[in-house]
Ligand binder design. Structure first.
Ligand SMILES: *[C@@H]1O[C@H](CO)[C@@H](O)[C@H](O)[C@H]1NC(C)=O
Ligand SMILES: *[C@@H]1O[C@H](CO)[C@@H](O)[C@H](O)[C@H]1NC(C)=O
Ligand SMILES: *[C@@H]1O[C@H](CO)[C@@H](O)[C@H](O)[C@H]1NC(C)=O
Ligand SMILES: *[C@@H]1O[C@H](CO)[C@@H](O)[C@H](O)[C@H]1NC(C)=O
Ligand SMILES: *[C@@H]1O[C@H](CO)[C@@H](O)[C@H](O)[C@H]1NC(C)=O
Ligand SMILES: *[C@@H]1O[C@H](CO)[C@@H](O)[C@H](O)[C@H]1NC(C)=O
Ligand SMILES: *[C@@H]1O[C@H](CO)[C@@H](O)[C@H](O)[C@H]1NC(C)=O
Ligand SMILES: *[C@@H]1O[C@H](CO)[C@@H](O)[C@H](O)[C@H]1NC(C)=O
Ligand SMILES: *[C@@H]1O[C@H](CO)[C@@H](O)[C@H](O)[C@H]1NC(C)=O
Length: 418
């Protein structure tokens, strides 16, 4: 009923505008269209502005003047039809830091008057306060980004009431310590697709895996550098919708995880610097989606390389800094789908075997900072797709093969330090 009324009203408005535009020849400044922002929402923004520090005066359009339509203010997005404020883009970026033009100060609870707000981005600012718990009452939000804004203290569990959230970003890379008592509150966010808690201290959240495993829509989980130490047992793997998983920089110091290779939709896996040991697990099922595996800065062994990696298409594998020694293992040649191989900063000390030049899907081959010796074979010309080749800081010798000049895709070549 209300909807059809709106449609009728809208039609009347459109007709009225068409008439006015036609007769007066005006396109802008027609009273009533587009709808002006709501007075209560305008007042809320002005109150919010008063508590905000804005040294570069980025919000100069936010003025109390009569007739100033807050829907046209910087960072404000209104619904075209209702005129309600739907989005607030108050993020800064790296260049704003350079020019000292980020926001700081207090976050006034007047935002609560924006009953229809679904998108709030306050990222890359410098608030240096606790995350205000009133944000947990803004239940219309679907997107909340508080990333890199120097919030400190305990994340209010009340954020768990934002049951419409699809996106929650509280990453805290350069900020003071931001922590949680537990993550039970996350389980209220059942529509969550993207969760970024990188660099938040989760050392007390022994439930981190149970709660995230219960989020049925989760597509991206970033818990890098979160001071996690334990990987709790996982009776059933539930979050099979995961596409991106980043647990880098947590000191698990255990055998390599097995269950991550059962996530059948996973595309990107980042597990660098986790203290993982032993070989990459062998699994029975096919995981066709996985493209990117970053296992750098662990103690992974390539003896053996599991068969599921053989012939796997579009594989980008990084085993940088894993203390790998001796000869390049010959079973690398069976990973014929490799498009990127990073073995930098290991201790390989053999010559480069001829079979390496048969991996002709390689676009990136990074072998720097090992102790590789001998000559670069003219077979390097076989790697027609190669874009990036780094062999710097080894003990290679001999001539540079002419065939290198045939690699027409090559954009980055470093053979220095040999
Ligand atoms: C805010 O973030 C969006 C992407 O989410 C970006 O396009 C925009 O440039 C950012 N705004 C500022 C002022 O940095
Ligand atoms: C919000 O701003 C108003 C007006 O400046 C002020 O009276 C109020 O105390 C502020 N609220 C909070 C929670 O800081
Ligand atoms: C979270 O926000 C930070 C800071 O803007 C950004 O670097 C990061 O990519 C965001 N994470 C996600 C998952 O969007
Ligand atoms: C969510 O809101 C309800 C009702 O307002 C409240 O009782 C509950 O404590 C809130 N939950 C959290 C996690 O704050
Ligand atoms: C799996 O997810 C569903 C849906 O969120 C939930 O009801 C169930 O308890 C979860 N199971 C486990 C073992 O986490
Ligand atoms: C894996 O894929 C191969 C080739 O497509 C197929 O022959 C094999 O049956 C698959 N294995 C499983 C467990 O699905
Ligand atoms: C290569 O490294 C292995 C293992 O560290 C060592 O046993 C071997 O002597 C080294 N070979 C050469 C030629 O340096
Ligand atoms: C690896 O590839 C080589 C050369 O194609 C082949 O001879 C060998 O049998 C393969 N090894 C395995 C374990 O499949
Ligand atoms: C470069 O490629 C051309 C055409 O494929 C071939 O004739 C030539 O021998 C190659 N040169 C070298 C040095 O490999």
């Amino acid at each position: 009923m209300e909807r059809s009324m709106r449609v009728v009203l809208l039609l009347i408005r459109v007709l009225a505008i068409a008439t006015i535009t036609f007769s007066i020849g005006l396109c802008n400044g027609i009273p009533g269209w587009p709808p002006l922002c709501k007075e209560s929402e305008r007042q809320a923004l002005l109150m919010f502005k008063q508590d905000l520090k804005d040294p570069a005066n980025r919000l100069s359009s936010w003025v109390a003047e009569e007739g100033s339509d807050c829907c046209s203010w910087t960072g404000v997005v209104c619904d075209h039809i209702t005129g309600h404020i739907h989005e607030l883009h108050l993020n800064s970026s790296y260049s704003d830091w350079h020019f000292n033009s980020f926001f700081s100060g207090k976050i006034n609870s007047s935002l609560l008057s924006l009953k229809h707000l679904n998108y709030l981005d306050l990222s890359n600012n410098e608030f240096i306060t606790q995350i205000p718990s009133f944000l947990g009452s803004m239940t219309s939000l679907t997107h909340l980004n508080l990333g890199n804004s120097a919030f400190g203290g305990v994340i209010p569990h009340k954020l768990g009431n934002l049951s419409s959230l699809h996106y929650l970003n509280i990453s805290n890379i350069y900020g003071p310590s931001l922590k949680v008592e537990n993550l039970k509150w996350i389980s209220g966010l059942s529509l969550l697709k993207h969760l970024d808690l990188s660099s938040v201290d989760l050392s007390k959240a022994s439930d981190w895996l149970q709660v995230t495993n219960m989020l049925p829509s989760l597509v991206e989980l970033d818990m890098s550098d979160c001071e996690l130490h334990q990987i709790p047992p996982l009776p059933t793997l539930n979050f099979t919708s995961l596409v991106v998983l980043d647990l880098s920089g947590n000191s698990f110091n255990s055998l390599m995880l097995r269950w991550v290779f059962s996530l059948k939709n996973l595309v990107s896996l980042h597990l660098s610097g986790c203290g993982f040991q032993g070989p990459i697990p062998s699994i029975s099922q096919n995981i066709t989606s996985l493209r990117e595996i970053d296992l750098s800065s662990n103690s992974i062994s390539l003896d053996p390389i599991p068969k599921w990696l053989f012939n796997k298409k579009f594989l980008e594998l990084s085993l940088e800094a894993n203390q790998l020694t001796g000869q390049l293992p010959s079973s690398i040649q069976n990973m014929t789908g490799l498009t990127a191989l990073n073995l930098r900063e290991n201790e390989f000390n053999s010559t480069i075997p001829e079979w390496l030049y048969s991996l002709n899907n390689l676009e990136s081959l990074l072998l720097s900072r090992n102790a590789l010796r001998g000559e670069i074979s003219s077979s390097i010309g076989n790697l027609k797709s190669l874009r990036q080749f780094d062999l710097s800081h080894n003990s290679m010798s001999g001539p540079i093969p002419m065939s290198l000049g045939n690699l027409s895709s090559l954009v980055e070549l470093d053979i220095s330090g040999n």
